[in-house]
Design a protein around this ligand. Structure first.
Ligand code: PMP
Length: 451
């Protein structure tokens, strides 16, 4: 490894960081991570901390998942690359597709379209949604609806359905025909409604209203995260997603469940849609499908949608989407091993138990620290603290103060993620009770230092 100063200087000179201002990256240089094992990471200065971010919500099995590493290395020896574009396929992808069919069977999803990551999965799902309607002769169904605060990656369709201005404004004009409805975000919403169930009903009414306004026959799909993730971990009331399902079905609109974060156990269920008792028409996954060790993703397709493509006689059903790396055999081999481990360790149950412990601990911190405006979580290992300068006005905390929470937590052994005025926690699903204590103690120290 190059020495620390070389890495720091050249990072500043040559690396542009995603989701960051270049000037900010220079003023606040990033931690250079050089090692990872278990649920801990090590930086170039030798600090070792619990990774409460879990990579980017993707390293569900931690950094020492030997079967996945071995599968990658074995596949590299056997067949390091071959495409699955028309005319060829590979054995790893076929084996994976049968495993995914079994895994997603309770969600009613039986076909897989492979991608290289989450943004790709969203893009493909939305493209397939439009195509589905075209094959069926409803070519006017081209619009998409989504939630404000939603995050769906940064490709153009995904950015167009994103509900956060930070990922949109600089890149406008985005795709026309994308409309957003209020999110079931109890802490802040345009209805000033604090009751989660009533808020869910108001948001569902807003959805119905928008559908009527747009004309249902012009809408292809509604896309949502079962628990809003990057927008600040916003779990809806349990009535929300079933309500969305009902409305979509009534109007012939496809429901796309964006489970790039929630699939594979993070909410304490195997999928977010299952958590709410809903079967989507299309489901986007990526991230934990390979434990973050290889860029890979999939769109899972429901039987009814698949049949429209498979029985197409119009000639409109040829799938004009695909990537050089769709169905990459190394990614597929990683995913096969990862699914085996995910199920063998039954990580969803640990996510539920440790998620409960973490959420309860965060609620105790709320009693102690005025900086915390809202504590969110309670559905597996996705939690957030929304920090405010003043609880009465809910004015968001400034960047420097939340930066201090982050830095002090790090100095106390835990990496947390700052997103706007939220501290986001999405640790590996294999963490122990002791790790949760470490995270809570580090946050306690961070909040005390900043408060
Ligand atoms: N959808 C959701 C819900 C996500 O959280 C993300 C990434 N955080 C994406 C899509 C985009 O995935 P990727 O970063 O792998 O392109």
């Amino acid at each position: 490894m190059k020495e620390a100063n070389f890495l720091k200087e050249n990072n500043a000179r040559h690396v542009w960081h995603p989701m960051a201002h270049t000037a900010d990256s220079l003023a606040n240089p990033p931690d250079i991570i050089v090692g990872g094992d278990g649920v801990e990471i090590t930086d170039v200065d030798g600090n070792r901390v619990v990774d409460a971010v879990g990579g980017l919500w993707n390293v569900n099995l931690g950094y020492s998942c030997e079967p996945v590493k071995r599968a990658i290395s074995d596949q590299l020896d056997k067949l390091p690359y071959y495409s699955i574009f028309r005319g060829t396929t590979n054995d790893a992808v076929i084996e994976l597709s049968t495993m995914l069919r079994d895994f997603f069977e309770p969600d009613g999803l039986s076909r897989a379209f492979f991608t290289s990551g989450g943004s790709d999965s969203v893009e493909v799902a939305l493209r397939l949604a439009r195509q589905y309607h075209k094959i069926r002769g409803e070519s006017g169904r081209i619009k998409f609806l989504s939630l404000k605060k939603g995050y769906h990656g940064t490709h153009t369709l995904g950015a167009s359905v994103n509900g956060n201005a930070n990922f949109r404004t600089a890149y406008e004009p985005l795709m026309p025909g994308c409309y957003h409805i209020p999110a079931p975000y109890t802490y802040r919403n345009p209805f000033n409604e604090t009751d989660p169930q009533k808020l869910a009903q108001l948001c569902l009414s807003a959805l119905e209203d928008e559908i009527r306004f747009q004309d249902p026959s012009t809408i292809a799909a509604f896309i949502m995260e079962p628990v809003l993730g990057a927008g600040g971990v916003i779990p809806p009331h349990e009535s929300f997603m079933p309500g969305v399902r009902e409305i979509c079905s009534k109007h012939g609109i496809l429901l796309v469940s964006d489970e790039v974060i929630t699939a594979f156990g993070r909410t304490g269920s195997w999928t977010g849609a299952r958590h709410w008792g809903v079967q989507p028409d299309l489901l986007c996954c990526a991230k934990a499908i390979t434990n973050g060790y290889f860029p890979f993703g999939a769109v899972m397709v429901a039987e009814g949608v698949a049949e429209v493509f498979e029985k197409d006689e119009t000639g409109k059903g040829s799938i004009g989407s695909g990537y050089t790396y769709s169905g990459h055999p190394v990614g597929a081999a990683a995913a096969i091993a990862c699914l085996h481990e995910t199920e063998r360790l039954n990580v969803k149950d640990n996510a539920a138990a440790r998620g409960k412990q973490l959420h309860e601990g965060l609620r105790k911190l709320f009693m102690k620290h005025e900086l915390i405006g809202d504590v969110r979580g309670g559905h597996g290992l996705m939690c957030a603290l929304e920090l405010v300068a003043d609880r009465a006005t809910k004015a968001p905390i400034d960047k420097a103060t939340i930066g201090k929470v982050h830095r002090t937590a790090y100095d106390n052994g835990t990496m947390v993620r700052v997103s706007g005025n939220n501290i986001i926690l999405s640790p590996p699903l294999v963490l122990t009770e002791g790790h949760v204590d470490t995270i809570l103690n580090a946050l306690d120290a961070g909040l005390a230092a900043a408060g």
